[in-house]
Ligand binder design. Sequence first.
Ligand code: GLC
Length: 660
Amino acid sequence: MTERYRLGSPIETCAVTENLPILKKDIPFFSRTEDNGFILKLDKNDIVYGLGEQVRGINKRGWKYTSCSADNCNHQEDTNSLYGTHNFFIVSGSVLFGVFFDYAGTINYDIGYANYDTLHITADDYNMDVYIITGAIEKDIVKEFRSLIGRSYIAPKWAFGYGQSRWGYKSAEDIRNVANEYKKRHIPLDSIYLDIDYMERFKDFTVNEQAFPDFADFCAEMKKEGIHLVPIIDAGVKIESGYDVYEEGVKNNFFCKDKDGNDFVGAVWPGRVHFPDFFKPETREWFGSKYSFLIEKGVEGFWNDMNEPAIFFTDDRLESVINRVNELSKSDMGIYDYFEFTGIVAGISNNIEDYKKFFHTVNGERIPHNKVHNLYGYNMTKAAGEAFESISPEKRILMYSRSSCIGAHRYGGIWQGDNKSWWSHLLMNFQMMPSLNMAGFLYTGADLGGFGSDTTEDLMLRWLQLGVFTPLMRNHSALGTREQELYRFDNCDDCKKMVEIRYGLIPYIYSEYMKAVLKNEMMFRPLSFDFRDDEMVKSVEDQLLLGDELMLAPVYTQNAVGRYVYLPEEMKLVRMRSLDDYDTEILTKGHHYVKADLNELIFFIRKGKAIPVGKSAENTALLCDDTLVLMGYDGTGYALYSDDGISKNYSIDDNLKIIK
Ligand code: GLC
């Protein structure tokens, strides 16, 4: 059951697609503090699941989180905000309910941080809708919530293939080389990503003609090889006279305004930019229509970036910092001057004070950005999603974004933003999967191998072993870091085998993804959602269920030759070196140490279940359901969802077949 409550007069977020009546009584479960905050006393064993894209574990208890979308490529355990904000969580234990704060501003969640037994929530102001969702079990609550917020975005099937990306590919020649290196080794590949260097001076909806002559021909050439080019689109529009996107935006008042009503100026990759005011339907329509510049040339997918929005500096801040640094440099730079110096320099970029300096027009009203900050990336994705409906009514276009909030899940997926080549981020990537699914984000994954800092070949391989299962399987890295295309490593052959395993499993992964989308369910779940009476699973933070068939237990530490696993029931261990070289073993309920050499992917098939496994192919277009065989417990069937992966006939009845 879902109940809706209203505090004050909220700004419309369009997160929810159902219009429930507003109840005029006290919000259950919480008590209110004098300053309007929410308090819930937690029992010793209560667990808090959710909050979507956030740091720390599956159980969010024991830390403080802030819903304020942030470009933070250096995030660690003590971070409070990441790229997206997802205000939905479930409290499970002495009580069981879900809550969604439908709110555009900043919320602070103290989940047993100041006091371990207290959940304390405060917000910028209290103009919000609060939805309380109750149900018999967590899965029911999620399903009910997901039906409230509408069906998740559906990616084309080719987007389940392996993708290679790197910030630093500068020309068609660079991209051709990557494609050739993969082809030469017969490593499956479905997409190569175009980062900002494909553009002319980092201007959206342009192509650098010197570096990419005849872009449409190049797209066609790659497509012949089964490879999709996926360009990036950034939020900021370069200020440059004569540049059509800039000129049109200025002329039609499509950009965010500063306090004096001038187009607001910030700086990102191209230097000084204006930010489209995506809250205005006419801006969305205009910006969305611009994607056709690339679609007409043969592009079928995009990633939207820097849309928190990231702001490297504003001119007034830059000036005041430079002035202060000049003053400080004349002092003896003692400890406090030095701290001030490093603090103000570090605070130039993504300074939340800058979010108060510009304005949107929301339903005809001027609203400062900080009041609707978390909705910015959402509305950029919405601009694209709405436009794709008319530009490409029949065919799915791949779209995923860096920033997001609930609502954006209907228009695109997300990647988990800039991570690092750290083992801890491999684990964090895994732990975020269920909370993102709770918030409606099904098409997701992280930068495999890690984006920032130098990866190692063992980290790459272990991360690929996790990427085998995530809908988005993309290797991406930052400019200046160690090159991490799979062919760079001595263990390339092992990496290749992992990608081939992925292709063998795509029929299953795609099927589970589609079922989860169409039934408003979670593809990835904590063990405790299914094994509700098992006390042990409540603290399992490094294993997840995938669909109804699999339990995943990735290796996420360096130099490991295996790992401990807890089985809440008997399961069949699969230890795979390649699609044709694997062993299986039935393990009993309980604790086990499972060996997994670096080249071995381990996963578990649940008792009485089986999954379809096919042959690999050089790209998804060449996969064939006819090769599927069942792996798992004998005598079990599997309900396979399969469609053409391109068109939009998603009917579950037409597309489901039982294979035995
Ligand atoms: C941002 C993106 C990253 C991209 C880079 C350059 O940091 O998150 O994926 O490579 O910008 O465009």
